[in-house]
Design a protein around this ligand. Structure first.
Ligand code: SF4
Length: 286
């Protein structure tokens, strides 16, 4: 076979699917020192401590082609939701930052009952109840913004059923005082362990079983005693929480709950000042 100059022989072309797999980058960028993701703050203080203590390479994994596509689909869904909620929107992608915790609230809407946090997630099959990590993430945003009404919107990546009905569901979170107190306590633990450079011994009671740990990269370390393969002498492991640290955690829990009451007013003022401009207002910088 003669091949014209400038045109590749079919044999030399990369299969298209393999070519799609060359995406690089890091799926899970390590936390900057002294910074906690809003999605982790109340989910598991041990995960927060391990993310900060374990060297960067342990945390980073190359992005798979599938994760790049998931990310792109998630981005598109968020943009449609922002658009559809615009008539109710008080703020979109609002940054929250306090005690070294950073996050971004997808949407805050204003309806007849006042302000409400709306978080958007994409999934495979629609869940019948909220996923543990999503639940804790939204509660973190409640504590940092002072807004105590919240829901999560799930959109299936299958988009619609065979009749053309959109596969989407809203799960409303019951944000009562006990729930907030429990989350404030978890947040205070995360912050205190970060400040003291301590790694707690549990999963329990924060994560009751392996399934509730979701995609945490430390699963085998916590549940199957697999060594982490690292040593960092700046961080120490706690068998139990010492009394002095317990006192700090209790005080901080109260401080977080007290500050939450004040933040509701701050949040309303910031939203009034900045409106729906993307990510301009920062709630609760401390
Ligand atoms: S595996 Fe579970 S208990 Fe261990 S750090 Fe991760 S989320 Fe926490």
């Amino acid at each position: 076979m003669t091949v014209k100059k400038g045109i590749k022989s079919p044999k030399k072309r990369k299969p298209l699917i393999r070519a799609l797999g060359v995406g690089g980058g890091s799926k899970n960028k390590s936390l900057r020192h002294g910074s906690i993701y809003g999605s982790d703050a109340t989910f598991c203080p041990k995960k927060v401590a391990l993310h900060l203590a374990v060297p960067y390479n342990y945390n980073s994994q190359p992005a798979s082609p599938a994760s790049e596509f998931y990310f792109a689909i998630g981005h598109a869904v968020h943009s449609i939701v922002d658009n559809r909620l615009s008539s109710l929107s008080a703020a979109t992608e609002l940054k929250v930052e306090a005690y070294g915790i950073r996050g971004r609230i997808d949407n805050i809407i204003y309806d007849d009952d006042g302000l409400k946090i709306v978080d958007t997630k994409t999934c495979g099959r629609l869940p019948t109840k909220i996923r543990p990590s999503h639940y804790e993430q939204v509660l973190t945003y409640c504590l940092l913004s002072g807004i105590t009404r919240a829901s999560v919107l799930y959109f299936s990546r299958n988009v619609a059923d065979y009749r053309g009905n959109l596969l989407a569901t809203e799960i409303v979170i019951d944000v009562d005082d006990d729930t907030l107190a429990n989350s404030a306590r978890a947040m205070a633990e995360s912050i205190t362990f970060m400040r003291e450079q301590a790694i707690p011994d549990y999963p329990q009671p924060r994560r009751p079983n392996k399934t509730s740990c979701g995609f945490c990269p430390f699963k085998y370390y916590c549940w199957e005693d697999e060594p982490l393969g690292w040593s960092n002498n700046d961080w120490f492991r706690l068998k139990s929480i010492p009394k002095a640290m317990e006192r700090k955690i209790s005080l901080l829990t109260t401080e977080i709950l007290d500050a939450m009451m004040v933040r509701n007013e701050q949040t309303k003022k910031l939203i009034k000042q900045f409106g729906t401009r993307h990510g301009k207002a920062i709630i609760g910088s401390i």
